[in-house]
Design a protein around this ligand. Structure first.
Ligand code: MRU
Length: 355
């Protein structure tokens, strides 16, 4: 089975690395227009991640890895020690763009380790090893998504309704997405099912991105506003929830887009299974519980306006946490590339993903 065939050709990739140049699809302009921006330096890459031009946990890790390569190309005339010092500094800088998704730190750590352990510390060789590592991170993500597709597939049965939140799709990863991976595979296998996408205020990743990509794939997709989920559940339209995640703590608590925790509580109330799809790159065994996950607080203007139009009084106090934490006791399971994990999260995550 070719993974490429699972996605429509019309769907643009979030990240392109061509002739040692990084191109990012500006997702803030979707679905109106698909425009790629070439990333010229580390400041631009940092800003593209911060502004959600590239977003979604796996995608920001991949983008930062390539972004580091693009930035370091300008420093190849340095001596080996200065090159490595500069690389550490730029990697830490890119890592500082967003705090919640662990993929960013994970990717930067891999890049630093690769550079330091390149057997021959000739700068040209270290730089080539860096590019190879970024390409490896990208290629591995394609396989991780495919693994989640296979392990989540048995959960999708004929005629069911699936609710998802935010965009944990192709646009958030290398190819198949995390939460959407089993959906793309089920669709290819001819299993009929319906998907409901929460619009996901304040930045509408569900409406602009998930609804758009699943519609292009020909999947039966219905868009709802976030406050409609309970009503649809009460009508018996939702049989399962699948979301992605930005970080899974060692005890199985998961951080994901703001609003996910509320959906999980609703699912518990209506006795609807609630699954989270997570690749190993998103599992952080160094973070003990969800309480230890840093939650990004974003600009108030994202809450006080919509599409450039002000929707709240001047000077109003605002909170804008971009993520929340769903405690592991609300999960029915974690869909990983190594299998479906249900219960005993601490033990199973450690035995399956510990070093
Ligand atoms: O702020 P965003 O758009 O980067 O948030 C993305 C999410 O919350 C996704 O659900 C998560 O990164 C999983 S993506 C496969």
């Amino acid at each position: 089975m070719s993974k490429i065939e699972l996605l429509p050709k019309s769907l643009p990739k979030a990240i392109r690395w061509e002739e040692n140049q990084l191109y990012l699809l500006d997702q803030t302009r979707l679905p109106q227009e698909a425009v790629y921006e070439r990333q010229e330096n580390e400041r631009q890459v940092w800003q593209s991640i911060k502004d959600l031009k590239v977003r979604g946990a796996p995608a920001i890790g991949i983008a930062a890895a390539y972004g580091l390569c693009a930035a370091m190309a300008k420093h190849k005339s340095l001596g080996p020690a200065e090159y490595l010092e500069t690389l550490d500094r730029i990697a830490d800088y890119l890592d500082s763009s967003r705090p919640t998704a662990v993929n960013l730190r994970w990717a930067m750590q891999r890049m630093k380790t690769t550079a330091k352990s390149a057997a021959d510390q000739n700068v040209e060789n270290v730089h080539a090893a860096l590019i190879e590592e970024a390409e490896k991170i990208h290629a591995e993500d394609i396989e991780l998504c495919l693994g989640m597709a296979r392990n989540g597939l048995p959960l999708i049965t004929s005629g069911m309704g699936i609710l998802t939140h935010c965009n944990a799709g192709s646009l958030a990863t290398s190819e198949l997405g995390t939460a959407t991976a089993p959906m793309y595979l089920a669709h290819q296998q001819g299993i009929p099912f319906r998907v409901y996408a929460d619009e996901t205020r304040p930045l509408l990743q569900g409406a602009r991105l998930t609804a758009w990509e699943l519609q292009q794939a020909g999947i039966d997709i219905t868009l709802i506003t976030d406050n409609m989920a309970a009503h649809l559940m009460s009508e018996g339209l939702i049989d399962m929830v699948i979301t992605g995640t930005d970080r899974v703590a060692a005890n199985g608590d998961v951080a994901n887009k703001i609003g996910t925790h509320g959906v999980a509580i609703l699912a518990k109330h209506f006795r609807i299974p609630f699954y989270v799809a997570c690749p190993s790159s998103t599992i952080d065994l160094d973070t003990a519980t969800g309480a230890d996950i840093p939650i990004e607080e974003r600009d108030p203007s994202e809450v006080t306006s919509l599409g450039g139009v002000t929707t709240a009084p001047d000077g109003i106090k605002v909170r804008n946490p971009a993520f929340d934490v769903t405690p592991h006791n609300l999960l029915s399971g974690l869909i990983t590339e190594k299998g479906l994990i249900t219960g005993n999260y601490t033990e199973k995550l450690k035995s399956m993903f510990g070093s």
